[in-house]
Design a protein around this ligand. Structure first.
Ligand code: SF4
Ligand code: SF4
Length: 375
């Protein structure tokens, strides 16, 4: 499975589920969004596996994605979830910071976990390179490519002019030719990066509809809590859990329950269609000057918004707008997503090593199955 086969589903609601298998990690990257340490939280494997076992051939996500912390600190769990996903027709992916890369060979349990998934992605960037040298990352990728594995790199940079991005992407192409696709994303002031990264307060501006594509895939946190987007401040409890972003808990809910809530919640659907700032201004009478996600967090507690969104959802025109917004995002394809959410000048690198594929439109309908949007 190529990187583009994952990104083409990014705008499709409930087409994928993201497992945060552990918060633990032996590395100490200065930009770590999860502020991971070796003594960070880790919950029992059976809780995650139980949820994966609620997937069925008729009702499962197209994609099962795993990350951490360092997901490959739990190679047996990664393998078990990947095996379960494959048995019901879901394809799997794991993202790793390559804590094991300085060993001469990939450790056997880790290798078995990587073999079990359909796509392996490694994080590398200026901060990871302080922990894991570039040469070690390249050695692991060579080992996997030689074995026929589909791999990619996820690279974080400080914007289009960051000289590191030009350097690392050129180095990858020199080393691997066109064989390793790269998703280049901007660094966010989240987690450890918040401590040192300059933030630029947004000026107040009139709210326009700016759909949130990130509210499409349910994200399972380290503690089993499922939210609409996996916003790190929400997952960490740094802000009170906004009621509209909570989709359930994997200790008690199954995939069908989580999927239905992701698809049927009027507020989540409206965030995907119109974006939080438009909803806050239209129904809450508030100018959105706090920031995009900060505005979203307050939607459940802003007087008038919940009722306004409920009424909006019942309008026939809303369904037409929702479908049009979704179609535009799906038709934009993986490149459209990489240009919007990645560093645009590097978006084309996601296509390396791939052949053109049709859009995910058919899967968009399949993911909804017989569900109505209004719940
Ligand atoms: S490898 Fe990932 S999880 Fe580990 S410290 Fe670095 S950014 Fe955090
Ligand atoms: S706008 Fe809301 S749903 Fe979208 S990423 Fe931010 S917090 Fe998540």
């Amino acid at each position: 499975m190529h990187l583009q086969d994952i990104l083409r589903f990014r705008p499709v609601p409930a087409a994928a589920v993201y497992f945060g298998l552990t918060r633990r990690c032996p590395l100490h990257c200065r930009h770590c969004s999860t502020e991971s340490l070796m003594d960070s939280e880790q919950f029992p494997a059976k809780m995650f596996l139980r949820f994966a076992e609620t997937f069925t051939p008729e009702n499962r996500p197209e994609l099962t994605l795993m990350s951490g912390g360092e997901a490959l600190l739990r190679p047996g769990l990664v393998r078990d979830i990947a095996d379960r996903a494959r048995a019901v027709g879901s394809r799997s992916y794991v993202l790793s910071g390559l804590y094991f890369a300085q060993k001469p060979r990939i450790p056997k349990p880790v290798r078995a976990a990587i073999e079990a998934v359909d796509h392996f992605s490694a994080s590398t960037d200026r901060f990871h390179e302080e922990e894991v040298p570039r040469a070690a990352v390249f050695r692991v990728l060579h080992e996997l490519l030689d074995a026929g594995k589909d791999v990619s790199l996820q690279i974080t940079g400080e914007g289009p002019d960051d000289p590191y991005l030009a350097d690392i992407t050129a180095a990858v192409r020199r080393e691997f030719g066109e064989r390793v696709p790269m998703l280049v994303v901007p660094l966010s002031p989240v987690g450890r990066a918040r401590e040192w990264m300059a933030t630029h307060p947004q000026a107040a501006y009139p709210a326009t509809a700016a759909p949130c594509t990130l509210a499409c895939w349910p994200v399972i946190g380290f503690n089993g809590q499922v939210t609409s987007c996996g916003n790190q401040d929400v997952m960490d409890g740094k802000v009170p859990l906004p009621a509209h972003l909570f989709l359930g808990h994997i200790a008690r809910d199954d995939w069908d329950t989580v999927k239905r809530k992701a698809l049927e919640s009027p507020m989540v659907g409206a965030i995907r269609t119109y974006g939080p700032e438009y909803l806050a201004e239209r129904f809450g009478g508030q100018e959105s000057c706090d920031g995009y996600c900060q505005t979203c967090w307050k939607l459940s507690t802003t007087p008038g918004v919940k009722e306004g969104v409920q009424a909006l959802t019942l309008l026939p025109s809303t369904i037409a707008v929702r479908d049009a917004v979704e179609k535009v995002s799906v038709d934009a394809g993986p490149l459209g997503f990489a240009r919007r959410f990645g560093v645009p000048g590097y978006a084309d690198l996601i296509t390396l090593g791939d052949t053109p594929q049709p859009a995910a439109a058919g899967h968009r309908d399949a993911s909804r199955q017989d569900l109505a949007w209004t719940g």
